[in-house]
Design a protein around this ligand. Sequence first.
Ligand code: SF4
Length: 263
Amino acid sequence: MTRDVRRHRLVKEDLIYGPLPSRRLGRSLGVNLLGAGAKRCSFNCRYCQCGWTAQPIRQGTDSLTDLPTGNQVAEALERRLQQLCGEQILVDVITFSGNGEPTLHPELQAIAKAASDLRDLYMPDAKLAILSNSSTVYRPEVRAALQGIDLKLMKLDAGSEGLMRRINLPAKGWDFAEMLQGLAKLDGVLLQAMFVWGRVANTAPVAIREWTDRVAEIRPRGVQIYTLDRVPADTGLIPVSRGVLESIAEYARRRAHVSIEVY
Ligand code: SF4
């Protein structure tokens, strides 16, 4: 049996959104650093719930305009946290996510620091989290910004460059080996992997062995694996069965000696 996927796509219109229930994080207040209405990302994942990326952002060569400034993010987050406190609503996490890849924002480090200070002031039990596609983690300044974030959820959907290219369709200039080295240098990383069937699949035995070997090399604090939950950009993909996800987790736990959760 395959699981149904929910039909709506999720391009955000707001800088701060939610709180929304998250399968993996609990009650999450989202911070969308990429601006309203369109996705800006260095990947073009076939399974993206925001649809296709109009033009994948290439590191260091493409300029990102119209992003919210660090001050705008901090002010909007403070207003929303004050509002939630007034309504006595708590959140489990404040999550940098939204319309694309949050580490593309040039002020990420200052924004993460401001969010940490606001969290301490208004919601001290909440964690800071980020959902990243790992494409920028080779850069020391990105790793420095990520160190200030409690839950660093970093994407690794395949253990070979070729399969990652087929699933994630990265922008020109993306370097698989550099990305792996950056992930291995990042303290406390939590890996996330999406497994899919259909037009492209990443569950063949050789693919799982390669993915598990890369996980073992990175030595993450934990791994989360899951499958499609919402309609993907490429409608030729279908969800993987729960049984296959459980088998992948069981194999990788034994081979990589790492904690793996199935969602
Ligand atoms: S990295 Fe995330 S936002 Fe970017 S294309 Fe992939 S799923 Fe979509």
